[in-house]
Design a protein around this ligand. Structure first.
Ligand SMILES: Nc1nc2c(c(=O)[nH]1)N[C@H]1C(S)=C(S)[C@@H](COP(=O)(O)O)O[C@H]1N2
Ligand SMILES: [Mo]
Length: 355
């Protein structure tokens, strides 16, 4: 049965609640006015590990600091899709095939009938420049990827997990990356079904890996294969086969090349590392010695960490640099490394005028 938008809202009893309608619209519909809804996600399964709510967000006290969870509407979007694929859940299937003894094919209902769990994970794009905004943190909900792949029983010679999108995009990562980390087939982010922009109805999330080698949106196939036989989309364009996220830190506030009032204020931002978490963030202002920043709560090693220090600038021009140390004591690389072929390196440095 096909339901129009208006009738659907009626059916759901949404009366004149613009905010709610708009939210529903972004989570369950594509943005074309003509879309007919074939089937919608009405309820998410209950995760077996329901994570506690995050503690009070330091961003509430520090204007300009990124919120711990990136609101879905503000979450960066990177893909090759000109138009967002529209997927009908009645016909969508997820297949696990290739170098496996027991191929698997699941309908959406079969997929979400499996145990789901929640994961707090920061995802990043390899194209994120030092200080850039192609990074976001979300609470994801999904099905364990290692369980599904074990069930399909990979052949001994398989060494790559290749995800396929309905639109032909591919991304592959080492089978060995499924080392117990919480990789998932995500069906929801921040408590709602994945919005079309972020891969509805399902995508891959692998903690510690850049999106271009792992985070396939609009997923409909996973193939067990070999690196010496197949390459994902971006590898064919010259990007590195291996794409671990690099330790980075970013100054959110004050803004680069901005102006800031003299007097008491704050410098604040976020820092992240692939899987190790962040143990220290240091800030250097002009020619002063490095100062250790206060760190926000650490909810999981897979997420970024907020940081801040107080700052009482004198009138004039200032330069501020940040650097992070990961949970293993490894200092972030200072080298000025460009984005291609496997991610930028360097300490984020900004210039500010205080007046
Ligand atoms: N189908 C599809 N999935 C994709 C891509 C794409 O182009 N097509 N881009 C990948 C890249 S490069 C990144 S960084 C992440 C970004 O995820 P987001 O748009 O949800 O933030 O999606 C990944 N998944
Ligand atoms: Mo990316």
């Amino acid at each position: 049965m096909e339901i129009s938008r208006r009738n659907l809202f009626k059916a759901l009893g949404v009366i004149g609640a613009v905010g709610v309608s708009a939210k529903l619209a972004t989570t369950t519909f594509s943005n074309t006015a003509t879309t007919q809804i074939k089937k919608i996600v009405t309820a998410l399964p209950k995760p077996f590990n329901s994570l506690p709510a995050a503690p009070l967000d330091p961003a509430l006290q520090t204007p300009g600091l990124s919120p711990f969870f990136t609101p879905t509407k503000d979450f960066f979007r990177i893909d090759t899709a000109f138009t967002v694929p529209e997927i009908d859940l009645n016909t969508w299937k997820l297949e696990i095939v290739g170098l496996v003894s027991k191929p698997i094919s699941l309908t959406y209902d079969q997929l979400i009938a499996r145990p789901t769990f929640e994961l707090d994970d920061t995802i990043a794009c390899v194209s994120n420049a030092v200080g850039g905004s192609l990074i976001g943190n979300a609470r994801w909900q999904g099905i364990r990827l290692d369980d599904l792949i074990n069930e399909a029983t990979p052949h001994a010679n398989a060494d790559q997990v290749m995800g396929y999108s309905v639109d032909g995009f591919t991304a592959g990562f080492p089978l060995a990356a499924l080392d117990g980390r919480d990789a998932m087939i995500a069906i929801a982010m921040n408590g709602e079904a994945l919005p079309p922009n972020h891969g509805y109805p399902a995508r891959i999330i692998v903690p510690g890996l850049f999106g271009y080698v792992s985070a396939v949106k609009w997923l409909n196939k996973i193939e067990l294969t070999r690196f010496d036989q197949k390459h994902g989309y971006w590898i064919e364009q010259g990007w590195s086969e291996q794409g671990p996220i690099k330790t980075q830190s970013r100054i959110d506030t004050p803004l680069n090349n901005g102006q800031t009032p003299i007097g008491p204020g704050a410098i604040a931002g976020v820092a992240w590392a692939a899987l190790a978490g962040i143990s220290k963030v240091e800030v250097k202002i002009d020619n002063q010695p490095w100062r250790t920043a206060t760190l926000g709560p650490e909810i999981a090693k897979t997420t970024w960490r907020q940081w801040w220090i107080d700052w009482n600038p004198a009138k004039g021009d200032h330069q501020i640099t940040v650097r992070a140390t990961d949970g293993n004591g490894q200092l972030q690389s200072a080298a000025n490394v460009p984005i291609a072929p496997n991610g930028a390196e360097g300490w984020h440095t900004i210039k500010v005028q205080s007046l």
